[in-house]
Design a binder for this molecule. Structure first.
Ligand code: ZN
Ligand code: ZN
Length: 253
């Protein structure tokens, strides 16, 4: 009894410490981190749908997830990694068992995300490259690194060859670009819309993360490929300001 009681108290103390750590890490994030070379427009706090993001890039990822119909939670909780490091992931996508760490063009510090990805990967046996996985999330929860979008270029795509250059210029300017991500596992992660449940899902095994149905017939795209457009959000809204976020868009100014 007393052992259980002690464990219970220790649990509560740890939970409290984790909450304090989460608050501290969130605070650090919102300060814009003050890293030299990181003070670009992208690193300015940006409000989107009532949430203050550390950067326009993070807010853009949230908007892009919305456009895909993927539920997201921003900085939901701090996790303690096996190395002892505290880590506050940017996004949890609870409906598909995915975490997303958004990294800007600056110094890519992704060690914690990679360690987190290794922790969450399952050990189900693989027979001739086919993993027989019975976990809730195929392969375990997946941790992805979200990068800035790949710019869209109508000049590199022959289906626009017959377009006048002025139209191509306008299209390039208002196009958000394509999604770019990398997996923290060794396999490549793809993005597709499931033909069964219609959810957009990232996957690195041949089944839908939302419904576990086979992704047969789904049009999966790899990182940076056409298929899913990135939504760019510009404009910095300092915390405390009212929502001045605007999408950079259609008006082709
Ligand atoms: Zn498994
Ligand atoms: Zn599905």
């Amino acid at each position: 009894m007393s052992i259980q009681g002690d464990a219970g108290i220790r649990c509560m103390v740890e939970a409290l410490a984790d909450e304090q750590e989460t608050a501290r890490l969130r605070g650090e994030h919102l300060k814009g981190s003050g890293l030299a070379g990181d003070m670009t427009v992208e690193a300015l706090p940006t409000v989107y749908r009532g949430t203050t993001f550390r950067s326009a890039l993070e807010a853009s990822w949230a908007a892009t997830l919305d456009s895909l119909g993927i539920t997201w939670e921003y900085e939901p909780e701090t996790v303690t990694l096996p190395s002892g490091a505290k880590y506050l992931p940017d996004f949890r996508l609870p409906d598909i068992g995915v975490w997303l760490e958004v990294k800007g063009p600056g110094v890519p510090r992704v060690e914690k995300a990679i360690e987190f990805g290794q922790v969450l990967a399952c050990d189900c046996p693989s027979i001739r490259g086919i993993t027989r996985c019975s976990c809730r999330w195929p392969g375990g929860e997946l941790v992805l690194i979200g990068h800035p979008p790949v710019p869209f270029s109508p000049w590199a795509d022959e289906s626009y060859d017959h377009w006048p250059s002025r139209s191509r210029l306008r299209l390039a300017r208002r196009h958000g670009g394509h999604l770019k991500w990398t997996s923290t596992r060794k396999r490549r992660a793809w993005l597709a819309r499931c033909p069964d449940c219609q959810h957009a899902t990232w996957f690195d095994l041949g089944c839908c993360r939302a419904c576990r149905g086979p992704l047969v017939g789904a049009h999966g795209v790899h990182s940076g490929a056409e298929g899913f457009e990135f939504i760019r959000i510009s404009g910095a809204a300092v915390p405390g300001d009212h929502d001045t976020t605007s999408t950079e868009e259609a008006a082709d100014a």
